[in-house]
Design a protein around this ligand. Structure first.
Ligand code: ADP
Length: 243
């Protein structure tokens, strides 16, 4: 469903992505692990054009796009197929939970307010926040705000949701509720590419784990194999540190 070929990205002299290839099938839950600074977030951002790659191709179904030279129209078409969940939620503080969810539907998808509200309320219901549709972000906990962020992504009905360390800004006691929601939508067959440090999520929910270090994919495999029999020395060292 999504194929990424040979992404390269540097910031000045800092080579952050050094030739990443990635293939994601419909319904896959792919977790990207790796030490801090290994390029995980940059990879996600390049896929969604939040960052412009120096080189690379993305193939979405039957559409092939040059990640460096994509036209505005191509960027729009890929953005329509993807949704992004940010580490810091990225909600509008002056909009209610429902308005945060419906903004993209009304502005981006040109829906009427009534249509958007129906979809938005369903999405908030899915993340357990139906009752809070009228609350502002400031009135919600971090976990609830991130669940609004997930509802916003789900409401767009994208081909794939990209999660960029969705729980790392949260107090530990709030991490569980967000992971639960992610687990639920994964079980429903949502295709997900998730950068996270939550090993339990990788073990329990992912069907594939990718380990990045130094801007390349060092190792990948199904979680059982990856966690129990890591092949590469760099992976073994990383797992020793985090498990
Ligand atoms: P990870 O998600 O694995 O922690 P990142 O993709 O966030 O890694 O960052 C990889 C490297 O790229 C880091 O050295 C970081 O400082 C650098 N980097 C990321 N974004 C920028 C940016 N906008 N400008 C300059 N350097 C950046």
């Amino acid at each position: 469903m999504l194929e990424i070929k040979n992404i390269h990205k540097s910031f000045g002299d800092n080579i952050v992505l050094n030739g990443i290839d990635l293939k994601i099938e419909k319904g896959d839950v792919v977790v990207v692990l790796g030490p801090s600074g290994s390029g995980k977030t940059t990879l996600l951002r390049c896929i969604n054009f939040l960052e412009k790659a120096d080189q690379g191709q993305a193939i979405f179904g039957d559409t092939q796009v040059d990640l460096k030279k994509a036209s505005k129209k191509q960027i729009y078409s890929i953005r329509k197929r993807t949704a992004f969940v940010f580490q810091n939620y990225n909600l509008f503080n002056n909009k209610t939970a429902l308005e945060n969810v419906t903004e993209g539907l009304i502005i981006g998808r040109k829906m009427t307010k009534e249509e958007a509200n129906k979809i938005g309320k369903d999405a908030l219901d899915k993340v357990g926040l139906f009752e809070k549709y009228d609350a502002y972000p400031g009135e919600l906990s971090g976990g609830q705000q991130q669940r609004v962020g997930i509802a916003r992504a789900v409401s767009l009905n994208p081909d794939i949701i990209l999660f960029d360390e969705p729980t790392s800004a949260l107090d530990p006691e709030l991490v569980g509720e967000v992971l639960e929601v992610m687990k639920t939508i994964a079980k429903e067959g949502t295709t997900m590419l998730v950068v996270t440090h939550e090993m339990s999520f990788a073990k329990d929910v992912a069907n594939r784990v990718i380990f990045m270090d130094g801007g390349v994919i060092v190792e990948e495999g199904p979680p059982n194999e990856f966690f129990q029999h890591p092949k590469e020395e760099r992976t073994q060292r990383f797992l020793k540190r985090v498990l």
